[in-house]
Design a protein around this ligand. Structure first.
Ligand SMILES: [Zn+2]
Length: 298
């Protein structure tokens, strides 16, 4: 694209174009990798009841502090070949895989919300921030659950109300869908757990899973779908849509409107992304549950 075209755009359009392009993808990947590094600390320390900030990162074998240049997500692991610089103790490759996974999830959320979402760019960027942190937290909970068979209350108790509050940014059909989803998610797992217990006379699921589901339902609403994508065509009718939304009946194909910004980036992949989004929703619900047969509360 020529510099003249860039110059002719408003500041908001320049921001939007930057965020939906390669710069935005790079930012999402870096952002995700940094948070992946933080969630590694969560996975290690929360089950042990340790502080997240004190002491700073250190080698679990020799106790030597990890310098900032040895603490760069993914890269440091590769450069040091997964070993401590001081004592040479080997670290699990899981540290790097968590950073990669959280980074990859942030890139997926960037595609779903920033590139293919509906609404103002500020809202879509906010949705990227919320959903990338949320998916990273699900990864952390899954691994803590896998390691310890526990989903710590110290995570779910604050996360449930925060998720229900943040649901107002997720374009759910109604404002109350988040809180209803939180209560409904808890009730659903409670019913399943209670039914299983009565039938089999042993515990199948714990209330840790119910709180996890309350967290998920709180953010995604009880339907687990956002208004932003489902009824985009219907809502935009009779409303100023800045040409961004597809017109008329062809909404499923997501044909770009006359806005040159969207024309550049909205593509035939939009249909595939709808399926990817549903798969991601399912994974968000079942991945943590599938990793464990039995979860207690703590
Ligand atoms: Zn060491």
């Amino acid at each position: 694209m020529g510099y003249a075209v860039w110059r002719s755009m408003s500041f908001e359009q320049q921001i939007e174009l930057s965020l939906i392009g390669p710069f935005g993808i790079g930012f999402a990947a870096l952002w995700g990798a940094l948070w992946g590094s933080f969630f590694n600390v969560v996975i290690c320390r929360v089950p042990a009841g340790e502080s997240l900030v004190k002491p700073p990162s250190h080698c679990r074998v020799c106790g030597e502090a990890v310098r900032w240049y040895d603490n760069i997500p993914i890269l440091s692991y590769l450069l040091l070949r997964g070993r401590c610089r001081h004592c040479g103790a080997g670290y699990s490759i899981r540290y790097m895989l968590v950073e990669l996974l959280v980074a990859a999830l942030a890139v997926v959320m960037h595609q779903v919300f920033v590139v293919h979402g509906a609404g103002e760019i500020g809202l879509r960027a906010g949705q990227l921030v919320i959903t990338s942190l949320f998916s990273g937290l699900l990864v952390a909970i899954s691994l803590i659950d896998y390691d310890t068979r526990l989903i710590p209350n110290v995570i779910t108790y604050p996360a449930i109300p925060i998720c229900a509050l943040l649901s107002v940014f997720m374009q759910l059909p109604h404002l109350w869908d988040g809180p209803v989803g939180a209560v409904g998610g808890y009730a659903l797992i409670w019913l399943i757990a209670e039914g299983y217990y009565r039938l089999r006379k042993r515990e199948g699921m714990g209330l840790g899973d119910a709180k996890l589901m309350a967290m998920i339902g709180g953010l995604l609403g009880w339907q687990g779908r956002s208004r932003g994508r489902r009824s985009r065509g219907r809502r935009s009718r009779g409303r100023r849509s800045r040409g961004r939304r597809s017109r008329g009946r062809s909404q499923r194909a997501a044909r770009p409107g006359p806005d040159p910004l969207r024309a550049l980036h909205l593509s035939r992949r939009a249909r595939g992304l709808g399926a990817a989004r549903r798969a991601a929703n399912l994974a968000a619900v079942f991945l943590p549950a599938a990793l464990t047969a039995r979860t207690e509360e703590r």
